[in-house]
Design a protein around this ligand. Structure first.
Ligand SMILES: [Zn+2]
Length: 305
């Protein structure tokens, strides 16, 4: 059976002549008919991590086809690809990332008043969303809806019915894990889909390729546009008239601390009446971004055109 990339075919001529092709994720849900090739969606507030340091954890189960250690190797390398980029000012991006070790939790969740982890988890037993055949990865980002500050980011990899590859050369029918992760890491940092098909942040992946492992200059410019140095974050003008806010000093622990488990029982608070949805949780939202490795079966045409 032959496959083709639906998204790749559509769009090459529609790339707008913007100065850049990267787009930032915002607090506003994308309209269902939005296509990045029309330009960035800019309603809402830009997302950003405030701390100079962030972290992730790979689910300890790995995948049936990719053991934990192998997954960790690829994931660490994919994050490093972004961290070792060089911004236009000659500096590294102003955010550092640490692997805090395996997580037993495999849930996409954010605990508004207890420790967390930013988990990367494989979905071996079916894709729990509506588009199992087209989606390769999904990053769900939880944020403060009043500021755009990211609180949590969890990444799911569709390993069900997928020939995920971790080898240097990707088989013709293989899906390169490093490509998928490198793309999703861009979402982790607050980038949305790029308007340029040459970018790693473009929304589709062609099986058998590894081009997404390598960042385009525009991908790097996107990361640097949010994190120009470890002390500053570039935010929406509604959040700060200067569009800059001071970053928090380096602490890679997730918000409310790190846990490898999904939650930490709060026995000491058993008796506390907590009628609040916490302020932070009440004001937060989440957005999920998929790498639509859009595969559409090419139907054989019968008859003449
Ligand atoms: Zn994506």
């Amino acid at each position: 059976m032959r496959f083709m990339l639906a998204a790749a075919a559509l769009c090459v001529l529609a790339v707008p002549t913007a100065a850049h092709a990267y787009c930032r994720t915002t607090t506003q849900q994308l309209p269902p008919d939005y296509r990045p090739t029309r330009g960035c969606f800019t309603d809402g507030l830009f997302l950003f991590w405030r701390n100079a340091c962030v972290s992730y954890s790979v689910n300890a189960a790995g995948s049936r086809s990719i053991p934990y250690e192998e997954a960790k190797r690829v994931i660490d390398a994919s994050f490093a690809t972004w961290m070792y980029a060089t911004c236009a000012n000659g500096e590294a991006p102003g955010i550092a990332v640490t692997n805090l070790g395996p997580a037993s939790c495999g849930e996409v969740r954010y605990n508004g008043d207890s420790p967390n982890q930013n988990v990367i988890v494989f979905r071996d037993d079916g894709w729990p969303y509506s588009d199992p055949n087209s989606t390769l990865g999904l990053t769900t980002v939880t944020f403060n809806a009043d500021t755009g500050e990211i609180y949590d980011a969890d990444m799911e990899i569709n390993s069900s019915a997928r020939n995920l590859s971790t080898s240097e050369e990707v088989p013709a029918n293989g899906f390169d894990l490093a490509s998928v992760i490198t793309h999703e890491v861009g979402h982790f940092f607050g980038l949305a889909h790029a308007t340029d098909a040459r970018a790693t942040m473009y929304a589709s992946y062609k099986p058998g390729t590894k081009a997404l492992r390598t960042l385009s200059p525009d991908d790097v410019a996107g990361l640097c546009s949010i994190y120009p140095n470890p002390a500053l974050r570039i935010v929406s003008v509604e959040v700060s008239p200067s569009q800059t806010i001071v970053a928090e000093s380096c602490d890679p622990n997730p918000r409310h601390g790190f846990t490898a488990a999904c939650s930490v029982p709060k026995t000491e608070e058993k008796c506390a009446a907590t009628p609040r949805p916490t302020a932070s949780w009440a004001a937060s939202g989440s957005v999920a971004l998929a790498l639509a490795g859009v595969l559409v079966a090419r139907r054989r045409r019968t008859g003449t055109r």
